[in-house]
Design a protein around this ligand. Structure first.
Ligand SMILES: [Cu+2]
Length: 180
């Protein structure tokens, strides 16, 4: 028989009450509360980090579709241009004559997709011999000054699907009069 069981019932009860008081005193103490708050903060921060990581992975797996459309790396007025096996999207890029043009290229193909390592190109021989290479699954910003003469300027990709010979790999830079 243990010593506790030998104690009279009243003494056991008062011991129990005292124990509860001590426990309450401990949990209500400033240091205990602070520690709890700290634990909660750490838990929240950890949760935040996990959420951010999961969202990041999700965005990455989404093939950068969201980033391509409204990513922070591009300027506010950048025109998103997606490149894939299907060609350019949009096929017609409309700008004002002489305006500063910011293109935000997004190559949606992966390196295993194409012979050229998934690279697409934006080639505009009619104007300034523009030649831009966009690596697989990458974004690339490209800025240039639009032609002063209004009209339609052809551009194409020559690294896939028949290249220049394939109509699907062509697009048009439509230059409108600056005043229009
Ligand atoms: Cu291409």
């Amino acid at each position: 028989m243990s010593e506790e069981e030998l104690l009279p019932r009243s003494e056991r009860r008062s011991a129990l009450i005292e124990e509860r008081h001590a426990e309450r005193k401990r949990t209500q103490s400033v240091t205990y509360q602070a520690a709890q708050a700290r634990n909660m903060k750490i838990r929240k921060a950890t949760f935040g980090v996990i959420v951010v990581a999961v969202l990041g992975v999700g965005l990455y797996l989404a093939g950068g579709v969201f980033l391509g459309q409204r990513g922070t790396a591009s300027t506010a007025d950048a025109i998103p241009v997606r490149l894939s096996m299907a060609g350019f999207d949009p096929k017609v890029i409309t700008v004002k004559a002489g305006a500063e043009v910011n293109l935000d290229f997004w190559n949606q193909d992966n390196a295993m997709h194409l012979d050229g390592g998934g690279v697409h190109t934006f080639i505009m021989p009619e104007y300034q011999n523009i030649y831009v290479e966009i690596p697989a699954e990458a974004r690339k910003a490209f800025a240039f000054t639009a032609p002063a003469a209004p009209g339609d300027y052809d551009f194409y990709c020559d690294t896939c699907c028949g290249g220049k010979a394939s109509p699907t790999m062509h697009g048009t830079l439509r230059v409108e009069p600056a005043s229009a």
